[in-house]
Design a protein around this ligand. Structure first.
Ligand code: BGC
Length: 368
């Protein structure tokens, strides 16, 4: 009994230290050890934003499978892209004394009150894919290199424009993600690091003149909002010219944009669809790419991201050094959050199938 208490106390201490960002790196000693912490495997709260996008369903499933395989119990919830619902869900996890929280926020700032409660209760918090902002209660973060995602999208857009054989200057329109998601700014800044010089030297024209992040952002990553904006732009700025390329930050938006373009006669009668980028390698978009409609997507293997988060859970609850590879890129307004960054990969018609099959992300049947 005394040994069990000692182990529990050591684990609780490790949790508290991790929660305070003072991870000591003390290795767990395993079965034969006597003094260091041994992982106590309780219930892990997993808060996901929405099921409207395929990627978050995969993320949730992979996290649950991998945590359960590692011996944890999982409390996985989705918030329907509704901020109050997510606040309630996180508060509920704290009330139920979940051991650790993995959170993919809808709005990076809106959870700060709930997270303060988590910190007060000694519950460590891992930000998943999207950074939790304006809080010191977040211990660690795992995501993909979000700036690089934007760079990949912009380079792919330029590749597609060059391959289209259309004469320069190319007419391009810009779309960004949800302004309350920290990632959206990273994607857009990454893309503009490549596109702005091309706008400045006249290679690219933006007929709508809409280039400001706030103007091109798409609240809640809503495809219907992007579709409407594309329709308005086509009416306003393309009466006598064609659009050649669209920077789209996420496959759901890409499909909304393509629907608007088709509605305006692109993709039929010799009027080619413009080059449209994307992100997430959602099945419907991969099929669109293989069919020659959407030009490309950025593949982020959510199985690997889930694995990085699960590793953090094991390290935090076990009191061992938490694996991170970036301590400077992600400042949340209060602190630099130690981050494990994974690498995104762009794919198009000639490469998507192989890349996704090799990663075992889809089956050959799904892509047939
Ligand atoms: C994620 C993207 C996703 C977007 C919309 C972002 O935070 O990083 O992968 O496309 O949210 O769900």
């Amino acid at each position: 009994m005394r040994k069990i208490l000692a182990i529990a106390a050591a684990a609780a201490l490790a949790l508290t230290m991790s929660a305070c960002g003072r991870d000591t790196g003390t290795p767990a000693t395993g079965a034969s050890g006597s003094s260091a912490a041994v992982a106590v495997k309780g219930t892990i709260g997993v808060a996901m934003p929405t099921k409207t996008s395929e990627r978050w369903i995969k993320d949730g499933d992979y996290i649950k499978q991998q945590l359960e395989a590692a011996g944890y119990t999982v409390n996985l919830v989705y918030a329907n892209d509704d901020i109050p619902t997510q606040v309630t869900q996180v508060n509920d996890m704290i009330t139920k004394k979940n051991q650790l929280l993995i959170v993919a926020a809808i709005d990076g700032v809106a959870l700060k009150g709930a997270l303060a409660e988590a910190k007060a209760a000694g519950i460590p918090v891992v930000a998943y894919d999207r950074l939790l902002l304006q809080t010191d209660a977040v211990s660690y973060y795992t995501t993909f290199d979000n700036f690089k995602v934007g760079v990949l999208q912009a380079n792919s857009l330029l590749d597609g424009l060059a391959a289209s054989g259309k004469p320069k200057p190319w007419n391009v329109e810009l779309f960004a993600g949800s302004p309350d998601d920290n990632n959206a700014t990273f994607f857009f800044n990454g893309a503009m690091s490549i596109l702005q010089p091309k706008i400045d030297d006249g290679t690219i024209k933006i007929p709508s003149a809409e280039t400001d992040f706030k103007v091109v952002a798409t609240l809640r990553w809503d495809a219907a909002v992007a579709k409407k904006r594309m329709e308005n732009i086509l009416t306003k700025s393309y009466a006598s010219t064609d659009v050649n390329g669209v920077l789209a930050p996420y496959d759901g938006l890409s499909r909304g944009i393509i629907a608007a373009l088709k509605g305006s006669g692109y993709g039929t009668g010799g009027k080619a669809l413009p080059v449209v980028t994307g992100q997430d390698a959602e099945l419907e978009s991969v099929k669109s790419i293989l069919a020659g409609e959407q030009y490309s997507t950025v593949f982020k293997n959510t199985r690997d991201l889930a694995a990085a988060a699960v590793k953090m859970v094991q390290e935090i609850t076990g009191g061992t050094t938490v694996t991170v590879n970036d301590t400077t890129s992600y400042n949340n307004g209060i602190k630099n959050v130690p981050t494990q960054l994974l690498q995104p990969q762009v794919c198009d018609k000639s490469t998507c199938k192989q890349i996704l099959l090799d990663a075992n992300y889809y089956t050959a049947d799904q892509l047939a």
